[in-house]
Design a protein around this ligand. Structure first.
Ligand SMILES: [Zn+2]
Length: 470
């Protein structure tokens, strides 16, 4: 057993360093000096990311009866973004330093000096707050105190896909500002082609892009993101009970998947967008900067389908099959950025433990279904052909039963354990000289560090049992 479970305070730097060191996340375009707000998921990162997506998908599509899946195209007819309000209203308040041209996000700079502000305030209100606090605000780059007036900076990313005229931006199309619009566009298709009857939901994981003025906090605020969204369609005014149920279910899911309850919070929005009837965030206690939005749960009334009915000219109302009653459904939305979810799970799993003497280890206590590698197989020594031969045989055997089996003969056995601990591998299987005679191997448990000897013929059953016990 580890000697101490006392947790030193974890900083975001520790998480970023581990993510890089162990092949979870790299800076995007790193060899060219990097690109702000862009990250690449490495070999272990993509496994954790995919495992999180699979768990989220399973929760909605496989474990429930009232959800349908979707994967809509990135590019959408540009009027979609007029209907959604993104071409006019999707903006951050920006001011520019008149000396060095550095652009700042006004609401965030105000918050930094302790003034309550958010991006939903009007430009006039933000300008007033900005002016009132002029003395305390200075350019983060050059220190000057001379700024341009506050203006709304639209966050939609434009592209010239399919436009072969002029400079290619005469008729721009947009990268999605949010992934969920594809769900609204296909509401009628899903009703017409499946048994879906209201109330029901559509789930999708899709890409979204934002011209963030200041991407920050590692994976928390990036310019390219993946969003896991559900839109639950209900009868008008039959929203309250379903909303409360969905809100609690999302909170409980994080705990079920291993997040510590004390690191989760509910926070109700004070400023609602004009059409919304309620909005809550599930917050996570992120390292270094504390509680902030992980997932949003929004009661959006009939806004989305009404807007798309108006802009497309196609009636998106729903007819009750039994009564013939016709209405535009109300929508309850859940939306979480996969980067934020990844960061929350990585941070929550990160533990520093004292093992023996002053020795410490970093261990990622992920649930096995989320771990990038489930079982690492090693020969005790990599320069002994007979050990390598048996280890390879055991490795091949396990691969036929389990996903996420890795062969690891890098460095000495102590170093391998440390590395696999940092990747979050629940079990290590080691083949030593005794194994050659008695056909027994060692299984080493990530969390307890206990080692058990098991017959190779019993390995599958024992591993299945041990993985289920995490
Ligand atoms: Zn400046």
């Amino acid at each position: 057993m580890p000697k101490s479970n006392e947790q030193p305070k974890v900083n975001m730097e520790d998480i970023v360093a581990l993510a890089k060191r162990r092949g979870f996340v790299y800076q995007g375009s790193e060899i060219y000096g990097g690109m702000a707000g862009m990250y690449d998921f490495g070999p272990y990162g993509v496994e954790l990311l995919n495992n999180l997506k699979k768990a989220w998908w399973k929760e909605h599509i496989y474990d429930r009866d009232d959800f349908y899946g979707l994967d809509s195209a990135i590019f959408k007819e540009p009027r979609v973004w007029d209907a959604s309000g993104h071409t006019t209203g999707f903006s951050d308040p920006l001011a520019e330093c008149k000396v060095c041209n550095t652009r700042i996000r006004v609401d965030k700079e105000l918050e930094r000096i302790g003034v309550t502000a958010d991006e939903k305030m009007s430009e006039t209100d933000l300008q007033r707050l900005f002016d009132e606090n002029k003395d305390k605000l200075k350019c983060p780059k050059c220190g000057a105190k001379d700024f341009s007036p506050v203006r709304a900076f639209n966050l939609l990313v434009k592209t010239n896909m399919g436009d072969f005229t002029g400079d290619g931006f005469d008729h721009p199309v947009y990268l999605p500002g949010e992934a969920c619009q594809g769900i609204y566009l296909n509401f009628k298709n899903v009703v017409d082609t499946t048994p879906a009857r209201i109330p029901f939901g559509i789930a999708q994981i899709g890409k979204a892009f934002r011209n963030e003025i200041s991407p920050r906090n590692f994976l928390f605020r990036t310019r390219e993101m993946e969003q896991a969204d559900t839109q639950y369609f209900v009868k008008p005014h039959e929203n309250k009970a379903a909303y409360d149920r969905i809100k609690q279910a999302r909170f409980d899911w994080y705990i079920k998947m291993g997040i510590k309850p004390e690191n989760l919070n509910f926070k109700q929005h004070e400023n609602l967008v004009f059409y919304a009837s309620d909005a809550w965030d599930i917050e996570y206690n992120f390292p270094s900067y504390g509680f902030d939005e992980l997932e949003g749960i929004h009661d959006r009334t009939d806004y989305d389908l009404s807007q798309h009915t108006k802009f497309s000219g196609v009636d998106l109302s729903y007819t009750e099959p039994t009564t013939g009653e016709k209405y535009i459904p109300w929508i309850l939305e859940t939306s979480v950025g996969m980067g934020r979810m990844f960061l929350a799970f990585l941070s929550d799993a990160y533990h520093v433990e004292t093992t023996s003497g002053d020795d410490t280890r970093v261990v990622l206590k992920l649930k096995p279904e989320l771990s990038p590698i489930k079982i690492a197989v090693s020969p005790l020594l990599r320069n002994k052909p007979e050990l390598v031969e048996l280890a390879t045989k055991v490795y091949r055997q396990l691969k036929t039963t389990f996903n996420g089996v890795a062969y690891d003969d890098n460095g000495n056995i102590g170093k391998r354990y440390r590395r696999q601990d940092e990747i979050g591998t629940p079990l290590c299987v080691v083949i030593d000289f005794d194994s050659l005679d008695n056909h027994e191997v060692t299984i080493r448990h990530r969390d307890t560090m206990e080692q058990t000897r098991v017959k190779i013929s019993d390995l599958d059953a024992t591993i299945t049992k041990q993985l289920a016990g995490f």
